[in-house]
Write a protein that binds this ligand. Structure first.
Ligand SMILES: Nc1ncnc2c1ncn2[C@@H]1O[C@H](COP(=O)(O)OP(=O)(O)OP(=O)(O)O)[C@@H](O)[C@H]1O
Ligand SMILES: [Mg+2]
Length: 367
């Protein structure tokens, strides 16, 4: 599966542009702010019906223009697939596949799988546990529909239980029986989510470690530890033991909604001890692990978008990474770089087909 072409009208800083892509490697070079990342974001739209960066669609319309249009042709086997995304100011987004408008955007997602590696991935290290749970959930729910359902139901029951704890505190009353109705469901769903997360991390860890080793040249060892209250025993017992605390604090203090992933470099927390380049290598390995997972499930190579890959990585690591992703195990690739010749130099000796585009002030042309 690959994207053959794209055309943009009034999308971010592009008033009108059409590009034909290589099936293999596509590089975008140009100075800061010229529009390299915007092209990756337009490709992201075609896969996920939305921007990677800005969730407010109308803000992605060229300033002062009345609408934007992104059109692209994917090739999946023999058949071309025409994807259209149109956004007028103050109107609903239109999304079409082969001229037929979707009723539910969710039906499109997953059809043309894509993984984006971007500087904003660093949030996984710098932000709180929620961002790491989100990453975990987004990877697992792509192949396990029951997981997503259990998780949604868990969160519903959790908010009911929390509301009841608050209610008791305000009334100065307590009724164990009515709390237990929620406890039974919470325990069942929470235990299932826990088991799935644990199994996934066990399987994901060696894949992630393989990629880290390839990028770093085997210089360091990394690991991911799954932290959960449920590591300490059955959820039913743990929840029961926390009852007094929950009543005082008026919310559920234990459960999978507090899970976290601990990222480690040679046994030390990555956030505190790893260098910026090591952190970046860690994040890239995480995303490549995700890529391999999706590929395995969808039985097709996802599109890979690499934004600002040189940022913080040394030349050796970039070379390792490029050798890795230009291999036939990976599919179509889109890369940005500010330096005009660096990517061209890297790919000069590879057998892989590649195109280089110069991006300047909202215009991209092949060089
Ligand atoms: N809705 C919009 N209308 C017009 N211009 C926009 C809009 N949204 C973003 N831009 C412009 O797009 C440009 C940023 O483009 P982009 O992020 O693609 O740059 P880049 O080439 O990736 O730069 P860098 O090398 O710094 O990452 C900025 O000049 C910004 O003002
Ligand atoms: Mg950029």
């Amino acid at each position: 599966m690959h994207l053959k072409n794209i055309s943009l009208i009034n999308f971010k800083n592009y008033s009108e542009t059409s590009l034909n892509f290589s099936n293999q490697i596509n590089c975008f070079t140009g100075d800061n702010g010229e529009g390299k990342t915007n092209i990756l974001d337009a490709i992201h739209y075609l896969s996920f019906c939305k921007s990677f960066f800005n969730p407010i669609d109308s803000q992605n319309i060229l300033h002062q223009a009345p609408f934007f249009v992104i059109q692209g042709t994917f090739e999946n086997g023999e058949t071309p697939e025409e994807i259209y995304c149109g956004q007028k100011r103050n109107q609903k987004k239109q999304f079409k596949r082969n001229k037929k408008e979707y009723q539910r955007l969710a039906d499109h997602i997953g059809l043309f799988p894509l993984v984006m590696i971007s500087p904003s991935d660093s949030e996984l290290i710098t932000e709180g546990s929620e961002s790491r749970r989100k990453f975990l959930d987004s990877v697992i729910s792509q192949f396990d529909k029951d997981y997503l359902e259990n998780l949604i139901n868990y969160n519903k029951v959790l908010s009911q239980r929390n509301a009841l704890l608050k209610h008791f505190a305000h009334k100065g009353s307590f009724d164990k029986g009515s709390l237990e109705i929620w406890d039974i469901q919470l325990v069942e769903l929470g235990q299932k989510v826990y088991e799935t997360r644990k199994k996934f991390i066990d399987a994901f860890l060696p894949i992630f470690q393989k990629y880290y080793e390839l990028i770093s040249g085997g210089k360091e060892t990394v690991s991911i530890v799954y932290n959960s209250h449920l590591n300490n025993g059955e959820y039913a017992v743990i929840l029961d033991a926390a009852l007094n605390k929950d009543r005082i604090l008026e919310y559920t203090t234990v459960g999978i909604h507090k899970d976290d992933l601990e990222f480690k470099l040679s046994d030390f927390p990555i956030k505190k001890y790893a260098s910026q380049g090591q952190q970046k290598s860690f994040l890239i390995a995480l995303k490549l692990g995700q890529y391999e997972y999706i590929k395995h499930i969808k039985k097709t190579n996802p599109i890979l978008l690499l934004d600002d890959i040189y940022d913080k990585l040394d030349d050796n690591r970039v070379r390792q990474l490029m050798e890795l992703v230009s291999h036939k195990d990976f599919g179509q690739l889109f890369i940005t770089d500010t330096h005009p010749n660096r990517l061209a130099e890297l790919f000069k000796h590879t057998a892989a087909d590649h195109k280089i585009f110069q991006v300047k002030n909202g215009q991209a042309s092949e060089i």
